[in-house]
Design a protein around this ligand. Structure first.
Ligand code: FRU
Length: 528
């Protein structure tokens, strides 16, 4: 045998060995990795962000700087379940394609690095950089496990770190912590932002089942301003990961402040979810418009979502991303080398309707660039009752975007919607109930669910549809995001079918449903 053939057999053998390792054991992140099995594991999202390997939860430190959207995230690099928290890091030029970077923040003697935020300190108020070279500054919660075990209450404190090289190298502030625990067990998840009105930084953080608001002129010294939340909103669990930002009301010159507050447990469909409030904020005190409880996403799998800081004024968008899971089962979902993905980044906007402010979420416009030019199907208008299979031609349903335009004018319709199905008869059902005025996502018989008794379930959401009803679905390997009527209602759901869903059906019971139009797109994968 020539030495070239021997060498080829050796390389082939090595390749097979490495591939088998990849699927059976957890390996350290290889930032240069590409290739045919890269990001191809069962249930691996193809166009959503997920860490290359190991455990991820909340998005952290979302900030735009020098043409890069930074995404930090709660990360445990030694396991696929939660553990001592680090900040993982990725960057993107378009919010869609992500590049993995080395871990940004490691735990130290003060504790694990829990959730927090980052800003560009463009006036160098912190003194960490200079006017010419403004620092990026991150604020996060130090969670000290030793203090926690000792029975102390003050094991969560806020620390800061800065970077002078566009977020690659981070230096922790030598005088950390900067915001000390006043004696409350749950004291975490600081989100800071510059407030032009008071010409100071504001900070909002979660404190047990409410939020505290602070201000500072240098990010190092914080003054308590007020608290919000007692007797308002949902209180089925602790409040976590708040955010607070101004948003112009569509079609007016009114600007409202929007507060996001994640809550766990106590979500509308069990477990984790994110509520929001609208109101006035003067840099000191948040005054809500009403006492209603509203949810940014009614599905079971959108948690701890916050928005990007420092988006240029010329862009002006408020962009949100959430962790696509739920603490009820996050640590046991049936994925292999990694656990958890994020939602698609969403643009938030505010509408005033029937005396209420409504937060609208839509996939960021950059997402459209992933529509595969060769994979586009347009379905002609038709009317039907019962179940009807709709051809998606060669579009891979598990990596697709589906848009439907329905007409619900038949008053006899009991329920109507969309079914994703496989040859094992597993079905993921999205339906609307006109009489109950309710949407639902039924994943009770949609595949693998024996990893948790909490997973198989029906999630529902109140919704008053008009005659015309638009559904917009993003389907990616193990998740479905539903946007109803241009984002007035959003429901995000994980699903783990035993075999891929390959059949798309529409259904209408009681009366006949008119489909005005449908458009389907194959979506390109974002990984090399
Ligand atoms: C929310 C959360 C945060 C905390 C982080 C810890 O999911 O519990 O409150 O900072 O996760 O990983």
């Amino acid at each position: 045998m020539s030495k070239y053939i021997k060498f080829s057999i050796y390389i082939l053998g090595l390749g097979i060995f490495l591939c088998s390792c990849r699927n059976t054991q957890i390996k350290p992140i290889n930032l240069e990795k590409t290739g045919s099995d890269y990001y191809q594991e069962r249930y691996r999202p193809q166009f959503h962000f997920s860490p290359e390997a190991h455990w991820m939860n909340d998005p952290n430190g979302l900030v735009f700087f020098n043409g890069e959207y930074h995404l930090f995230y709660q990360y445990y690099p030694d396991s696929t379940v939660w553990g001592p928290m680090h900040w993982g890091h990725a960057v993107s030029a378009d919010l869609i394609h992500w590049k993995h970077l080395p871990i940004a923040l490691y735990p130290d003697s003060l504790g694990y690095i829990f959730s927090g935020s980052a800003v560009v300190d463009s006036m160098n108020t912190s003194g960490f950089g200079s006017a010419e070279k403004p620092p990026m500054v991150a604020i996060f919660t130090y969670h000290n496990p030793k203090l926690e075990k000792s029975g102390s209450k003050v094991f969560q404190n806020q620390g800061i770190a800065f970077s002078l090289d566009g977020g690659r190298v981070w230096t922790k502030y030598s005088a950390n912590p900067v915001l000390k625990n006043p004696g409350i067990r749950d004291f975490r998840d600081p989100k800071m932002f510059w407030n032009e009105k008071i010409k100071k930084w504001n900070l909002i953080m979660a404190v047990y089942d409410r939020v505290y608001i602070y201000s500072s002129s240098d990010i190092k010294n914080w003054t308590f301003e007020s608290e919000f939340g007692m007797g308002i909103g949902a209180h089925g669990g602790v409040w976590e990961c708040p955010d607070l930002f101004p948003l112009r009301v569509k079609g007016s010159d009114i600007t409202k402040w929007v507060m996001l507050v994640s809550i766990n447990p106590g979500g509308p469909n069990s477990g984790s979810a994110t509520q929001y409030f609208t109101g006035e904020f003067d840099g000191h005190k948040f005054v809500p418009d009403d006492t209603d409880t509203r949810w940014i996403d009614w599905g079971r799998d959108d948690y701890a979502g916050v928005t990007w800081s420092d988006i240029p004024r010329s862009d002006g968008r408020r962009i949100f991303i959430g962790w696509m899971s739920n603490w009820e089962y996050a640590t046991v979902v049936p994925t292999t080398v990694w656990r958890s993905a994020n939602t698609i980044p969403r643009e938030l906007s505010l509408m005033y309707e029937s005396g209420k402010y409504l937060l609208i979420s839509q996939p960021v416009r950059e997402f459209k660039n992933l529509r595969s030019k060769s994979d586009e199907v347009v379905i002609a208008p038709q009317s039907f009752s019962g179940e009807k299979e709709i051809s998606t031609n060669h579009i891979p349903l598990m990596q697709s975007e589906l848009l439907f335009d329905f007409n619900l004018s038949d008053p006899m319709i009991d329920t109507a919607g969309v079914i994703l199905e496989n040859s094992l008869n597993e079905r993921f059902v999205i339906g609307y109930l006109p009489f109950q005025k309710q949407f639902y996502i039924d994943r009770r018989n949609a595949g693998n669910s024996d990893f948790s008794t909490e997973f198989a379930s029906v999630a529902s959401a109140p919704y008053s549809a008009n005659i015309n009803l638009k559904l917009h679905l993003l389907i990616d390997a193990s998740s479905v995001e539903l946007f109803v009527d241009d984002g007035r209602l959003v429901m995000t759901s994980l699903v783990f079918p035993t075999e891929k869903f390959t059949t798309l059906k529409l259904f209408s019971k009681g009366g006949s449903l008119q489909l005005n139009k449908a458009e389907f797109y194959g979506i390109e994968r974002i990984w090399p």
